[in-house]
Ligand binder design. Structure first.
Ligand SMILES: [Zn+2]
Length: 461
């Protein structure tokens, strides 16, 4: 009998591509899935997964880890094996250098990167977020965007709420280039709350006019303040019409972002129906404290990059957002590269909380559908053909978890620890290597790879 590098035995294998669950063994060789069988197989290392779920590794389509080690460690503890960075319009510009550096220093998980629109704006000298780029500047951005795609960017991200001066034509011109190279366009919409419905319609219009693959980012953080049903109606109608549109959303009703950003401009509290005490400081000098007018003013003036969490959304809309077929789970994690003990519970708890709440406690989504939303659906949207499935030859990115125990134990700064690891995620395997073993992070195991997306040229016929 031949011996595999690693064998996962007796687990309940969940494969969203075949839409099947069965009990069996997985053999892994050279970082790839080499056997899926009920025959007895042996491995140099073996994991007993009896009564546990064996799923493809979770693919987080929206995060801000961007090569930051501590947040990557939090992410693998919640079952994420591939993280997409460069979201919300910002991130790294020189992706060649970024991927080379990441590859040489090693990393716990696979890292893909979008190229951010606000980053491109900065590169061509648009420094005022309330200003539209000139025709000349848009031209320059287009050529930089093509370079970023050639360097392996997996898509283009917009953070329109952070650069409200961006003209519709600017969005259109760049999205057209993404469509030409068949790259995903991820949009953090122009505004939230009731006006956010119009902002979702703008995204639908971009999809319609360019034919690009488009993703609405962290849906609940944009329209989870009481208007989720209306926003989903807009999206449902667009998807039913055949537009190439999808969305992602997280598991918390409070979002975190930089206090100095446009999101926290005067008037935000009225818009959300909140007051200062609904804001919690997540990083920096006042981490763990509730805001008041004085703290808000001081942070806005002097600590613009501190992250503040706003309890602006409704919990029921967290769940509502994740029901449609085209919506997948994402974390929006690692905003502001939080130090240990600070940050947002989404950094370590999103996926466990999804299975805990929506599958086990509420029974609103079947296990198969839940796994699909964390694996195959993002893989499809990103064009990752070797991930998101349990299939021979695919990358051995795998999560082993106990559906009866899986529980998010993280909490908001001030009320608990935002980085307390979850329960019930027993093993996380990245490219065939065990990064989480018996719920414990193996800090020296760093098998993650930079994902440089290839340019695929194709013809219609
Ligand atoms: Zn965002």
């Amino acid at each position: 009998m031949s011996e595999f590098d690693l064998v996962i035995k007796n687990g309940t294998l969940v494969d969203p591509e075949r839409n099947q669950m069965t009990v069996g063994h997985i053999g892994i060789n050279g970082g790839k899935i080499a056997a899926i069988t009920r025959d007895e197989i042996q491995g140099k290392k073996e994991i007993d997964a009896a009564l546990n779920i064996v799923s493809p590794g979770f693919i987080d389509i929206h995060a801000h880890i961007d090569g930051y080690l501590y947040s990557a460690q939090c992410a693998v503890l919640q079952g994420i094996t591939t993280s997409v960075g460069g979201n919300c319009g910002f991130g790294v510009f020189n992706l060649d250098r970024f991927f080379d550096e990441l590859g040489s220093r090693k990393f716990p998980l696979n890292q893909a990167m979008m190229i951010g629109h606000s980053t491109l704006r900065q590169e061509v000298g648009v420094t005022n977020p309330y200003e539209a780029a000139s025709k000349e500047q848009v031209k320059k951005m287009i050529s930089l965007l093509e370079i970023a795609f050639a360097q392996g960017a997996i898509g283009l991200s917009f953070g329109l709420e952070y650069s409200p001066g961006t003209s519709f034509d600017e969005v259109l011109a760049l999205s057209q280039i993404a469509a030409k190279y068949d790259k995903l366009v991820a949009v953090h919409t122009r505004t939230d709350s009731w006006a956010g419905i119009g902002a979702v319609k703008e995204v639908v219009r971009i999809t319609e006019l360019t034919g690009a693959r488009v993703q609405v980012s962290h849906l609940v953080y944009q329209v989870g303040m009481g208007m989720m049903t209306e926003a989903l109606e807009v999206l449902n109608e667009a998807v039913e019409k055949g537009l190439n549109l999808s969305a992602d959303s997280g598991m918390y009703h409070a979002f975190g972002t930089f206090i100095g950003s446009t999101v926290y401009n005067e008037g935000c509290l009225e818009k959300w129906g909140c007051d200062y005490s609904n804001l919690f400081v997540a990083t920096g000098k006042y981490a763990g404290q509730r805001c008041n007018r004085e703290i808000y003013d001081e942070l806005r003036a002097n600590y613009k990059d501190d992250v503040v969490v706003a309890f602006a959304c409704k919990e029921a809309e967290v769940y509502e957002a994740l029901l449609p077929k085209y919506v997948m789970v994402s974390t929006d994690g690692a905003v502001g590269s939080p130090k240990p003990g600070t940050g947002h519970p989404q950094d370590v708890g999103t996926y466990p909380r999804f299975f805990q709440k929506m599958v086990r406690e509420q029974g609103r989504i079947s296990l198969l559908e839940a796994v699909r939303k964390c694996t195959l659906l993002p893989a499809h949207r990103l064009g990752l053909h070797n991930k998101g499935r349990l299939k021979l030859g695919c990358d051995a990115d795998i999560v082993v978890f106990d559906l009866n125990r899986i529980t998010d134990r993280s909490n908001y700064p001030g009320t608990g620890q935002p980085d307390t690891p979850p329960e019930g995620i027993d093993y996380v395997i990245v490219n065939g290597e065990v990064v989480v073993e018996s719920e414990k992070l193996q800090v020296n195991i760093l098998p993650g790879k930079p994902i440089r997306d290839e340019l695929e040229f194709w013809s219609w016929f």
